[in-house]
Design a binder for this molecule. Structure first.
Ligand SMILES: [Zn+2]
Length: 196
């Protein structure tokens, strides 16, 4: 099945897990837990600044930061990057120990520390191998209102367990959840740079 990025490049979703055959967003309770968590998180990440720009300029000069176009890592431990700074993440991940934190929510903190300590990719790093995907080719992220509507739909029908959305286990879903997790473990490389 086809994998798609939506809104930001990096995180990838199985198309048939999040969209109906008519390419509409599925009701949230029909979306498996891992992609649903990423989806809900993504809605809050669009239009956020690039982390490296932000570390360079800070809140006072936030207008100088590029808007992030790329996301790597785990929900709540994600790294946001502009195309210009993707090379810092690639270098850190491949050459400076970053891949040790793959799959961990510490991923972002460790990268931010590395950047804040003044590290950066050597000049020219990544410029040859860099393959730019067409950002205009990404489907748009459903907007905040649409996701909100989905949540409310769930309350009406009493189908969404809000605790589950907040990360609590629902015993009835346990089997499915474990299967999802196993699948996403095997599939982690799609959310991270390749190890080359
Ligand atoms: Zn940047």
């Amino acid at each position: 099945m086809a994998k798609v990025s939506i809104g930001l490049r990096g995180w990838r979703f199985e198309e048939d897990e999040i969209f109906t055959d008519d390419e509409e967003l599925k009701p949230l309770d029909e979306i498996p837990e891992d992609p649903r968590e990423r989806l809900l998180r993504l809605v809050g990440l669009v239009e956020e600044p690039c982390d490296v720009c932000y570390l360079d300029y800070g809140e006072d000069e936030i207008h100088r930061c590029n808007e992030a176009e790329i996301v790597y890592g785990e929900p709540d431990g994600e790294v946001l990057l502009c195309p210009e700074h993707e090379r810092e993440l690639l270098y850190w991940f491949r050459e400076a120990g970053g891949s040790d934190h793959k799959g961990s929510v510490e991923f972002a903190d460790r990268f931010h520390e590395w950047v804040a300590a003044g590290n950066e990719a050597p000049e020219g790093y990544g410029s040859v191998e860099h393959v730019e995907e067409d950002p205009d080719g990404l489907p748009d992220l459903p907007d905040q209102q649409e996701v909100q509507d989905r949540l409310e739909e769930g309350f009406d029908g009493d189908r969404i367990d809000i605790l589950e959305l907040a990360g609590e286990e629902d015993p009835e879903r346990e089997e499915l959840t474990e299967a999802d997790l196993t699948e996403s473990d095997l599939d982690l490389s799609t959310d991270y740079p390749s190890d080359r």
